[in-house]
Design a binder for this molecule. Structure first.
Ligand SMILES: Nc1nc2c(ncn2[C@@H]2O[C@H](COP(=O)(O)OP(=O)(O)OP(=O)(O)O)[C@@H](O)[C@H]2O)c(=O)[nH]1
Ligand SMILES: [Mg+2]
Length: 279
């Protein structure tokens, strides 16, 4: 199902080494995950790499995710890690993050004389908002967006207003392709855009998930009388409501597929979370 992905094993090894090397230089790690898919947007390798280093789990894009689910995820992660919700687009949650970092810095420096600046690194899968977060933390446009993994052009430390230092190279983790569901979730959320499945299939898969978890939002947005038996029927009903019709009254699957993906990604259907903590 998933082909044409440029994360071949050699690349993964290089990325892992790059993150490992960079991690040696920092006091704490901010692991950025997508609040809509907190399982699929994590890479288990990070636990192995971070080990005992202080870590913050940042549920970014929390503005797009279901608020009740955000709370459940915070409760879930807080058992093991420091966790908070963020909106790196508007800056929501950044003050809380800075407060937390300052507390961690105080804990590290307790009882010590000469103080080195507290050093941070941000890691996460593509498109979760690492660069946006870096720019928020430094208060200016410091980070290039669209950095490719494995490409380091000299390390640079960015200074935060509170004196902390942030490594300018975000650690880009490879997504979990081994699990097809994770691949789909990442594609729904725009982390691996056109690389898996075609748009009509991806759109139909998303409709299936929404019909199951958020039937009311789907009905409301697309003026559906009922949720039909199959994702395909729902897709066709939605296409009719939205005029996604080709000559000869044929359904334009490409257009309705793209439309539902766009409207999900921009939260026009509503604030939606695709994965929930167990229990
Ligand atoms: N709604 C919303 N959008 C966000 C948020 N954070 C980032 N974005 C958007 O998500 C997209 C990706 O953000 P980037 O900061 O470039 O993500 P990245 O992790 O650096 O991506 P790569 O460098 O490709 O790995 C951009 O269009 C951002 O504007 C957020 O909290 N909420
Ligand atoms: Mg980036």
């Amino acid at each position: 199902m998933i082909d044409n992905i440029n994360w071949y094993p050699g690349h993964m090894k290089k990325t892992r080494e790059l993150i490992q090397d960079n991690l040696k230089m920092v006091d704490a790690v901010i692991e950025v995950i997508d609040a809509r898919i907190p399982v699929s947007s994590r890479n288990p390798i990070i636990d192995e790499l971070v080990k005992d280093k202080p870590r913050i789990i940042a549920l970014n894009k929390s503005d797009l995710a279901d608020e009740a689910a955000n709370r459940r995820w915070v409760d879930h992660f807080v058992a093991k890690d420091r966790v908070l919700t963020l909106n790196s687009m508007s800056g929501g949650g950044i003050k809380n993050l800075l407060k937390l970092l300052e507390k961690m810095e105080r804990e590290k420096n307790e009882g010590k004389g000469s103080l080195k600046p507290y050093r941070l690194m941000i890691v996460g899968v593509p498109n979760v908002g690492k660069s946006s977060l870096i720019n928020r933390l430094t208060g200016r446009k410091s980070a290039k967006t669209g950095d490719k993994p494995g490409v380091t052009k000299g390390k640079q430390w960015l200074k935060l207003n509170n004196g902390m230092q942030l490594l300018d190279t975000p650690g880009i983790l490879w997504p979990k392709f081994e699990d097809p569901k994770a691949g789909l979730n990442l594609a729904f959320c725009g982390s691996i855009k056109d690389e898996i499945l075609d748009v009509p299939t991806l759109g139909m898969e998303l409709i299936g998930v929404l019909a199951e978890n958020y039937p009311e939002l789907l009905k409301e947005r697309y003026k559906l009388d009922e949720i039909a038996e199959t994702p395909l029927e729902n897709m066709e009903n939605m296409a009719l409501k939205r005029g996604c019709i080709l000559p000869g009254k044929r359904i334009d699957y490409e257009r309705i597929g793209k439309l539902v993906l766009d409207e999900f990604r921009s939260a026009k259907i509503g604030r939606i979370t695709l994965e929930f903590p167990k229990g």
